[in-house]
Design a protein around this ligand. Structure first.
Ligand code: ATP
Ligand code: MG
Length: 445
């Protein structure tokens, strides 16, 4: 993309309404525009990041054997009357009436709807196990929408639902979700710690939240520092292998890690003092096992091998897709701007032309642009007639992982500069070597 052809409404001033870094930076970098309290438009740069996050979530869910569907945002209230949640959910539920006076709602979650799909089509245990998920906008009329996309009223969530014959099978689904979530967050460059959680209005007796550590997080967290050293890394996960998944769950849930809602001071104090960590975190996901909570009242049953009919065991599992954009920025920025991890960066590399209009410099930039585009590194070429300082500030603010700086002085010696946004390190090399270096980074992504 050429910057002169792009829509990147960056702001010089720090917006007064934004209290935390991610919100400030998303506004300043022209990623989002607020339309109403907790409701945002995603501008081109923001949308690219959101889509990258979605793509990783889709890939990891499908690797775990979960099937994508797409359910609507608007739901009939009658489904929610069946589960009893139409009255129980409270003021966060946006209730709407259509022209025929039918009660509708803008879905804050989809347990009822997916259970309805299941009961309409599944009769036999032979169709199980089954996990359906979607990535769809949700609405919760939050009392205090704030921190930009971190606590919006309209927000994008991945929500998945497992249907299983037995509790054992449903726990296997739970473990699949735990492992796939760990991998998902790691791929985004995040450390998200599963913490034992409270079940809240969705209900359930087995549940973990995934928290990204950040001072600005809304949850208070207590954990054993040992958990920070756990990584899935590139170990192969076989999602059909119950033992392996149980092992992963054990590994991540043995060290103490809880939010203030479930915190147990006696257990916490049993951790050696030097390993006790108390801090704050951002909830980026949650998994639940809740048995027959929805399948029983809604009549979602299957016939087992002996011919008996019983409600299916279910769980639901959510990832805060739009919240993750903010959470990644909270975890990765400096005083100049955002520092995108390569896997979610809106563009892989910036090209800064220091002398727009100089034939040789322009030609070198065009050549790099073509090579990087062909290599899948998605360059953003700053081809504006601007001072170098302004170009650097924009690149630092929008946080592309790499920058290639091209100017007449360097070109005289056959050199351009390659700068890493994260470390600030700059290396001089030939344009060919620069293109090859960036291409190698993005070859694996
Ligand atoms: P919170 O405690 O932050 O209100 P929740 O526990 O009510 O969230 P869940 O029902 O677990 O939310 O939803 C799954 C995920 O969706 C959460 O882990 C979070 O990442 C995201 N999420 C929930 N509410 C919002 C919101 N208002 N804005 C953005 N993301 C949200
Ligand atoms: Mg939650």
């Amino acid at each position: 993309m050429r910057l002169t052809r792009y829509f990147l409404p960056v702001m010089k001033e720090t917006p007064a309404e934004a209290q935390i870094a991610s919100h400030r930076l998303m506004l300043r970098a022209g990623m989002i525009k607020q339309n109403a309290a907790g409701i945002y438009s995603w501008l081109p740069l923001g949308l690219k990041v959101l889509r990258n996050i979605e793509r990783i979530v889709h890939e990891e869910q499908q690797a775990a054997g979960h099937l994508p569907i797409l359910m609507p945002t608007l739901q009939p209230a009658d489904l929610w009357r069946e589960s009893g949640r139409y009255d129980a959910y409270g003021e966060e539920l946006l209730r709407i009436r259509d022209r025929h006076e039918r009660d509708m709602l803008y879905g804050p979650t989809n347990e009822e709807m997916v259970t309805d799909i299941f009961r309409s089509h599944v009769e036999s245990y032979k169709a199980l196990p089954l996990t359906l998920y979607h990535i769809q906008w949700k609405f919760r009329d939050e009392r205090r929408p704030r921190f930009g996309v971190m606590r919006g009223r309209e927000f994008l969530m991945k929500d998945g639902y497992n249907f299983d014959l037995t509790k054992d099978d449903a726990i296997h689904a739970y473990n699949r979700h735990m492992a796939s979530y760990l991998r998902t967050y790691e791929r985004m460059g995040l450390k998200a710690i599963p913490m034992r959680a409270d079940s809240g209005p969705i209900g359930g007796d087995d549940t973990h939240e995934f928290l990204v550590l950040a001072e600005t997080g809304e949850s208070e967290v207590f954990y054993d520092k040992a958990i920070e050293d756990l990584h899935l890394g590139d170990r192969a996960i076989d999602y059909a292998d119950r033992e392996q998944l149980e092992g992963i769950r054990e590994e991540w849930t043995t060290p103490y890690a809880r939010t203030d809602e479930t915190h147990d001071p006696a257990l916490y104090e049993a951790i050696p003092e030097e390993r006790r960590v108390q801090g704050r975190g951002i909830e980026v996901g949650q998994i639940f096992y809740f048995g027959a909570k929805y399948s029983e009242p809604m009549g979602a049953t299957v016939i087992d091998a002996e011919g008996n009919r019983a409600p299916v065991h279910m769980g639901s599992h959510g990832i805060g897709v739009s919240r993750l954009v903010g959470a990644i920025i909270e975890a990765s920025h400096d005083d100049k701007g955002i520092i995108w991890p390569e896997a979610v960066a809106p563009f892989g590399c910036g090209i800064v032309n220091l002398r727009q209009g100089d034939a040789e410099t322009d030609a070198a930039c065009e050549d790099l642009y073509a090579k990087l585009s062909a290599a899948g590194a998605e360059p953003l070429y700053d081809d504006r007639n601007e001072r170098a300082g302004a170009k650097f500030n924009t690149m630092d603010l929008i946080g592309l992982p790499w920058r290639i700086t091209v100017g007449p002085r360097g070109l005289k010696d056959g050199l351009v500069e390659v700068t890493c946004r994260k470390t600030g390190e700059t290396e001089e090399m030939s344009p060919e070597a620069a293109a090859a270096k960036i291409a190698t980074v993005f070859a694996g992504i």
